[in-house]
Write a protein that binds this ligand. Structure first.
Ligand code: NAD
Length: 295
């Protein structure tokens, strides 16, 4: 049994922490929001006052925080995780953050004698509760081997992508494909409507042709062809527009920083920004079809 400090008990973090507890570990939860601490306590999780003190008691630290600045602060601030943890402690950051922050914090942690992984996830709150998340992991072989048994309590697919930052790189590259492909599929349905082509017919043909992709066959943006897709429940998420926008912006930030050319990624970010600014940030990201249909 290990002692695990779990920092960030929000929509994703709390169910993940519950799965670590279920796996037989001692879990000390930390969050800024009293309501989230109360929910953790109700689930049998010990609660700690702040990240540093909890980290000083732990063998493993897992963070599930909103964005890069939160991760830099929780790990790197005076009295934070890096300063407070015992030498050789394993850090697993599962937040989705920019690649530069992931690499900077990992370098700081390693310099202080700790092991650190960036391990962002896909699978949403449903996957977090069911323990079926996909982890995309960046960091050393030694850190990965040590982390695997803990990641397996929270996820089903665990992929070691490479060195520090490559977990975040995998996440944003994948989601850039997803954002672009959803717009492509949505444009095709909008055009088909104008041309008098039945949606189901387009689906039947394209799903067996070269236009086939996940955005079409698993997450179809118009109601009907894929009964489980959010289009059939008024675009309730699922994966919200603002979450997609966050990941597309991270991809653009990484592309600018690395000197990569991603013009369609930039266009996708601009379209999701427009849709969010029009007040639709809470809808599922497949609702972008409505904007492209002029609705
Ligand atoms: P959330 O806002 O529900 O949870 C984040 C938690 O971190 C909050 O409870 C907040 O109080 C806490 N927090 C912030 N600063 C803190 C600090 N200094 N110390 C302690 N706690 C602090 O967000 P979420 O939906 O759980 O997402 C977390 C991360 O996972 C994000 O990076 C998000 O992009 C990523 N993610 C989310 C989903 C999803 O479906 N929600 C899916 C994949 C990845």
């Amino acid at each position: 049994m290990a002692t695990i400090a779990f920092i960030g008990l929000g929509n994703m973090g709390l169910p993940m922490a519950k799965n670590l507890l279920k796996g037989g570990h001692r879990v000390i939860g930390v969050d800024l929001a009293p309501a989230n601490l109360a929910a953790a306590a109700e689930a049998g999780i010990e609660t700690g006052p702040a990240a540093g003190p909890a980290a000083s008691l732990a063998d493993v630290i897992v963070t599930m925080l909103p964005a890069g600045p939160h991760v830099r602060a929780v790990y790197g601030n005076a009295g934070g995780v890096i300063e407070s943890a015992k030498p050789g402690t394993l850090f697993i950051d599962s937040s989705t953050v920019d690649v530069d922050s992931a690499r900077a914090v990992a370098a700081q942690a390693e310099k202080a004698g700790h092991l650190m992984l960036d391990a962002p996830v896909s699978g949403g709150t449903g996957g977090a509760a069911a323990g079926t998340l996909t982890f995309m992991v960046g960091g050393s072989d030694a850190a990965f081997d040590k982390a695997k048994p803990y990641l397996e309590l929270m996820g089903k697919t665990i992929v070691h992508a490479g060195g520090p930052g490559t977990g975040q790189a995998a996440k944003i590259c994948n989601n850039m494909v997803l954002g672009i492909s959803m717009i492509a599929v949505s444009e095709a349905f909008a055009l088909a409507d104008k041309l008098g082509l039945d949606r189901q017919k387009l689906f039947d043909i394209s799903s067996k042709s070269s236009g086939q992709c996940w955005s079409l066959t698993s997450y179809c943006p118009v109601p009907g062809p894929v009964p489980t897709s959010p289009a059939n429940r008024e675009y309730q998420p699922g994966f919200a527009v603002d979450m997609m926008l966050k990941d597309l912006k991270l991809a653009q930030q990484a592309a600018a920083s690395a000197g990569a050319s991603t013009p369609l990624g930039a266009q996708a970010a601009a379209l999701y920004q427009l849709f969010s600014a029009a007040g639709h940030g809470g809808l599922d990201f497949s609702a972008i079809v409505k904007m492209l249909q002029g609705k």
